[in-house]
Design a protein around this ligand. Sequence first.
Ligand code: GAR
Length: 180
Amino acid sequence: MRIGVLASGSGTNLEAILAARLPVAVVVVDRPCRATDVAAAHGVVSELVPWGGHGADRTQFTHDIVDALERHAVDVVVMAGFMVILEKPIFDAFQGKVLNTHPALLPSFRGAHAVEEALAAGVKVTGVTIHVATREVDSGPILAQEAVPVLPGDTVETLHERIKSVERRLYPETIREFLK
Ligand code: GAR
């Protein structure tokens, strides 16, 4: 099994996946980011497929991502903090084999601002959802969930870090089960 990881940011989930010795064949990023350095530090090749931002052709971008993954003969795609919405071509190319981690208990707080929105809503519990990604954003069959408390005085940063510390354990475990 060969995993392709998609990342856009600090890459701490990627670090946990690599530390768990999961078979990562390539890391694909849409912007310069720390995830590339994490890959290099583990001797894993990375590819930059630049996202053009608002108004860019999302379907063409998705084709470019699929091409990068296919160049490395990837079997399973793992989104680890990938912040661009992908279109149909990736779900056709890797049917039922695109995984995502989301920093909330889906179906609550879908989208790119899940931690901010949970804090603003005043919930006492939020969490982590690992799921199979489908065309509808932050939907698809749930593989694992774990609750994380919201504590008095939390900021977006402190709450997100508490959530990420759970993701870094739960995501590698769930990927390993999925590969079986
Ligand atoms: C994680 O919390 C992940 O759930 C979130 O980005 C963070 C990435 O952290 N993903 C999303 O919000 C996707 N919409 P990392 O770069 O340190 O792994």
